[in-house]
Structure formats: structure tokens, C-alpha cells
Design a protein around this ligand. Structure first.
Ligand code: M6R
Length: 602
């Protein structure tokens, strides 16, 4: 989704901004722009499409202070006029913005009569409002910004420049992520530490409804009434090499391949020297105190919640309910007496989940965030955090985060179960079982050619497809179908195999691809019955089976793993299927249309 960068006090500003925007490309965007101030000269450059197109227009753009933005269209089409940065009526003030201003039309009507707007964005209205207060009403820049912030409602991260003063960037945030990067003799602003990791690993958080005055040699944090707030810096544990593609053609393939390593890192992170599972005792207590666990998440993370439900219930003796964050934010169902909310989120920034967390905090409901990003909003605002240790996930299609989420929740389930004396938890040798999972994934990864060859026939030209499975395999089918549709644009549904005959089987016709998942020794035969039903109606079937239930005729056979962990190993061939199908269809694997990596609007 939209990304923000800014720099003050470095004569290399243009390069820093462009390189920062390149690092934010993975988040998804459709246009971009920069504003650079150099002495008396200022440059506003925008382009629709990739950063490379913006970069090609920046010859001769020089200065020491600037802001930049990648835009994922919400208000108005992806055009240059709608691309950020936006200018005030006279052009003096320049603003970039992430988020959505809810009352922008009211503001336009109430304050901005006679103003001329170039595009349709809410952001342009915000910068006109600041400009009006400063230039028409005579307020200082700071007072004008503050006054606007008191009026604006919604989610935002703003970076503002007054082109008459190249020494300052003013920033403010509410609900949308924004950080200050601390350089050597200069400072930066970014919506994601990854954008500026080439320049610094020292960052400062900004909290909601804080305004920050960023100069080359100082950073001053205050609330909207001008009260100063102290803020320490922290070191971001990111490595430049983590965010490169290396020799891989696509991040998605690199991230799929990293999964065995991630499993082993999780073992390291959640065990002690004696190999015993270790989870923060406060988190164990939070689960023990709960009479019901509610998992809130979106997309792939939601599917990871489903895949972990049985394991969590059986090992912690606590019922688990799943909620789609975007639904719960506005309609909380009747809750149990002692709920615990677990938020699963790769990015830790998903606005839909944050909306629920804000409500949960207001209601005094204890919360745990399971995330890949330390210091992310969902991590900061929940009572507890468990980290995924998966390293940055750049491809829009989530792969290693999903498998890490299930593995992290397995450590939680095991730790709570052991503390409770649950017999199944005591018998579940998680470290050993997860090592088997890592090996199983490795052997699937060595079958890429086979998977590629199966996919070419089946999915190169089809318009639709189905994944089917029962039990845990149904949950994997949901994730597998999301993966396939989001990058290959094949319309794909994940179905409970037994449910097909209640309606959906009407869609099966000659040549419809049906991909069946078989891992459960009790349920596999039932799914095989459903395979017969669709095959009899002309479906082209591909089967993915674990060895314990496999037949000679199965297409892809995987090493058997512990049933609690089968969603981890079963999903890997489906990730590769999505990857190869997308390649064969000539599409960009890492940057699917319309999608953003981190969805920071509700
Ligand atoms: O960062 P989150 O895990 O909270 O993101 C939630 C979804 O937007 C995300 O899982 C999305 O469905 C994936 N990119 C799909 O691959």
C-alpha cells in the first residue's frame, strides 16, 4: 500500500528518496512522486507506473531536503495529478499522505471555497487546508499544521514541507505507520524501516496523534497541543542482504525456499539449551486465564489461524474461534466471559486487525500479536507479542509467514499444554516433529521440475480451478486457492471436499482443474470419493498426498509429518503451483495487480 519517504539535510536527497521508494515497491502501488528542495529551486516529479519511470525523470533534480511517495489509489484514479506529493493553493506547502481522510469532502466545503484542485484525492484537500491556515489566516506553519490535525478525521501518516524553509520536515500520524530514521548529520522519515535501511538502522517510533519536527540535527516529538514527548531510538534488526533477491528471479521463490531455514530458526527461538520449549510465561498465563481464544486476522494469516485451531484446542484445552478482522472491527459478536484475542499478522500493520485491537483495548480484553515485524503497530499495542523470525517477506503473496505462523502457534500450544499437564502436549515432541517438517519441505523443494511440469498442462490457460480437501486439508485448500488466484488471476475456490456436491459441483465441466489435498488417514478415502465424483463429470484432477495415504497414481507425494503440522508441509507444493502457473501465464509473480503487501487502510 502507499509508502512515504523523506530526508532533511543530505545533499544526496534525490537518490535517498528514489532508493527508499524502490525498497517500498513491494508494498504495491500504481504511481509515485518526489518533491526536492535545493536552495531556491524546488522540483516536483511524478510518474504513473513503476519507480523506474519516476527515476528516469529525475535528471538534474538536486537538493538536501525532500519527500517521496508511492501511491496505491483510493480516492481517484492512478494519474499524475492524483499522485503525491500534493501542493497547497499557492504551491508553497507540499504534502505526502498514507491513509484515508474520512471528512475530506466536509473540509473542502467548509474551509476551501474558491480553491482549485488538480485531482480527486483527500490528500490535496489536507494540504490546501494547511496552506489556507498559514497563508490566508496568517498562522505559523506549526500552528497551521496543528489546527488542520485537530480538524482532520481518519487514518493518516503525513510528511509536510514548507518550500520557504528547507530545514524542516513536519510529520504527524494517526493509525497509519510512520517512523523517523536517524542518520549521521541528517534525518529521515519513512513508513517502513526497510525504506531507509541502506542509510541507517537507528529509528524512532511515532505514536498516534503525535507531531514531529524533523531537522537535520534534531527530532522533536510533541502532541497536537504542543506538549513535548521524550522518545528513545531503537536499532532495527534488518539486514540489507535480507531484503535483496540474491540470484532468485522473484522474491516469492526465494521466500518459498527459505521455509526450512525459518522452521529451524523458530526451533532456536523457542527452545532453551536443553531443547525444552520456552515461551514467555506471561503469554502462557494469558492463555491459561482465558476461557476462549479468538483469532483475528486477514487473508493468509486468517488461514494460518484455521490451520492452527485444532492443535491449539487439543493442546491448550481452550476453544478457539476465528474472526475476519474487517468484519469484527464493526460488529463484535457475543464474547465469552474471559476472552483472549490473538492477532495473526505478518506485517503487524493491517488496519482491519488494528481496528479490532483498538476495540479490544477499550474493552480491556487481553491480547497477543503473532507477527513477523517487531515494533509494528499490532505488536506495540497488544499486551504480548510472539515473533515469527521469518525475515522480511517482500513478495505480496505470503508464503514463509504462513508456515511460520502455524509453527509459532505450535510452540504456544505446546508450552501452554505442558504447563497445564495436558497429556497430548506432553507426548507431542514439537522440536523433533518440526525438524521432520523442515526435511519434508526440503524434499518438496527438490521436486520443483515435477511440479512445474504438472502445472503447465493443468493451469496455463484455464479460467478457473478448485482446491478440495477435508479437515486440515480444507484449511490448506483455502490458502492454496488464495495463493493461486492472487498472483495467477485464475478464479479459484478452496472447498471442503464433502461440500462440493451441495452446489458447487455444478461448476465442474470438461477440463475443469480440481486439485485435491490428502493428508488425513481417516478422511483421505472420503476425499478420494469426491475426486471420483468430479472426475466423472470431466474434471482434470491433480492429487497432492502425504506418503501415509498416497497411492501410485498420486501426482505429488510428500513425506508424512505430524497431523498438527501437516498444513505447513502440505501448503508448500501449492505455493509452487501458484508460482509456476503465474510464470507460465507471463505475469509478474511478486507484484500482482491491485494488491498491496501491507494493507494499511480499512
Ligand atoms: O500482514 P498481514 O498478515 O496482516 O496481512 C494480511 C493479508 O493482507 C495477507 O495475508 C494477504 O492475504 C497475503 N498477502 C496473501 O498472500
Amino acid at each position: 500500500m502507499c509508502g512515504i519517504v523523506g530526508v532533511v539535510g543530505n545533499t544526496n536527497a534525490t537518490d535517498i528518496l528514489i532508493q527508499g521508494l524502490e525498497k517500498l515497491e513491494y508494498r504495491g502501488y500504481d504511481s509515485a512522486g518526489i518533491f526536492v528542495l535545493g536552495g531556491a529551486e524546488s522540483h516536483l516529479v511524478k510518474a504513473v507506473g513503476r519507480i523506474a519511470e519516476l527515476s528516469a525523470k529525475t535528471a538534474g533534480v538536486e537538493g538536501a531536503t525532500g519527500i517521496g511517495h508511492t501511491r496505491w489509489a483510493t480516492h481517484g484514479k492512478p494519474t499524475e495529478d492524483n499522485a503525491h506529493p500534493h501542493r497547497s493553493e499557492t504551491g508553497r506547502f507540499v504534502l505526502v499522505h498514507n491513509g484515508v481522510i474520512e471528512n475530506y469532502l466536509e473540509i473542502k466545503e467548509e474551509y476551501l471555497a474558491g480553491h482549485h484542485f488538480k485531482g480527486q484525492t483527500d490528500t490535496e484537500i489536507a494540504v490546501h487546508l494547511i496552506g489556507k491556515f498559514a497563508e490566508e489566516d496568517g498562522l505559523s506553519v506549526l500552528e497551521a499544521f496543528k489546527k488542520a490535525l485537530h480538524i482532520i478525521r481518519g487514518s493518516y501518516a503525513f510528511a509536510l514541507i514548507d518550500s520557504e524553509n528547507p530545514d524542516v520536515i513536519y510529520v504527524a500520524k494517526n493509525k497509519s505507520p510512520l517512523l523517523i530514521g536517524l542518520g549521521d548529520g541528517y534525518n529521515m522519515v519513512c513508513s517502513d524501516a526497510m525504506a531507509m535501511i541502506r542509510e541507517t538502522n537507528q529509528y524512532m517510533e511515532i505514536h498516534d496523534q503525535e507531531l514531529v519536527i524533523v531537522k537535520a540535527d534534531s527530532v522533536q516529538v510533541q502532541d497536537y497541543d504542543g506538549n513535548r514527548r521524550e522518545r528513545a531510538s531503537y536499532t532495527a534488526e534488518l539486514d540489507l542482504s535480507d531484503i535483496g533477491k540474491g540470484t532468485y528471479p522473484y522474491y516469492m521463490l526465494k521466500e518459498i525456499d527459505e521455509q526450512p531455514t525459518v522452521m529451524r530458526k523458530l526451533i532456536q527461538a523457542y527452545t532453551d539449551e536443553a531443547g525444552q520449549v520456552v515461551v514467555d510465561p506471561a503469554i502462557i498465563k494469558a492463555v491459561q486465564d482465558a476461557d476462549r481464544i479468538y483469532i483475528l486476522a486477514a487473508g493468509t494469516s486468517y488461514h494460518a489461524g484455521f490451520a492452527s485451531k485444532k492443535m491449539l484446542e487439543e493442546l491448550t484445552d481452550t476453544p478457539v474461534e476465528l474472526g475476519i478482522s474487517s468484519e469484527w472491527g464493526y460488529g463484535m459478536p457475543l464474547l465469552s466471559q474471559k476472552p483472549l484475542f490473538i492477532f495473526i499478522s505478518q506485517s503487524g500493520e493491517t488496519a482491519d486487525s488494528r481496528q479490532v485491537l483498538v476495540k479490544a483495548n477499550e474493552m480491556g480484553i487481553p491480547s497477543l500479536t503473532v507477527t513477523n515485524v517487531p515494533g509494528s503497530t499490532l505488536s506495540r499495542e497488544a499486551n504480548h507479542t510472539m515473533l515469527l523470525h521469518a525475515g522480511p517477506e517482500i513478495a505480496v503473496a505470503s508464503t514463509k509467514a504462513y508456515t511460520a505462523q502455524i509453527a509459532a502457534l505450535a510452540f504456544l500450544a505446546k508450552a501452554v499444554g505442558e504447563a497445564n499437564g495436558n497429556a497430548k502436549a506432553q507426548a507431542f515432541d514439537l522440536v523433533h516433529e518440526l525438524s521432520i517438517v523442515a526435511q519434508s519441505i526440503e524434499s518438496t523443494l527438490s521436486e520443483k521440475e515435477l511440479i512445474d511440469s504438472k502445472v503447465r498442462d493443468l493451469l496455463e490457460t484455464t479460467r478457473n480451478a478448485f482446491y478440495i480437501g477435508r479437515g486440515q486439508d480444507y484449511y490448506v485448500a483455502m490458502e492454496a486457492s488464495l495463493k493461486l488466484k492472487e498472483i495467477s488471476y485464475i478464479q479459484c475456490e478452496g472447498f471442503a471436499a464433502g461440500e462440493l456436491k451441495h452446489g458447487t459441483i455444478a461448476l465442474i465441466e470438461d477440463g475443469t482443474p480440481v486439485l485435491a489435498l490428502l493428508s488425513d488417514s481417516v478422511l483421505a478415502n472420503h476425499t478420494r470419493g469426491n475426486i471420483q465424483e468430479v472426475a466423472a463429470r470431466g474434471a482434470k484432477v491433480l492429487t497432492i498426498a502425504e506418503e501415509n495415504v498416497a497411492k501410485d497414481t498420486d501426482d505429488i507425494v510428500l513425506t508424512t509429518v505430524h497431523p498438527y503440522l501437516s498444513p505447513i508441509s502440505m501448503v508448500v507444493p501449492t505455493q509452487l503451483i501458484a508460482y509456476f502457473a503465474t510464470l507460465h501465464r507471463g505475469l509478474d509473480v511478486d507484484k500482482p495487480r491491485n494488491l498491496a503487501k501491507s494493507v494499511t487502510v480499512e
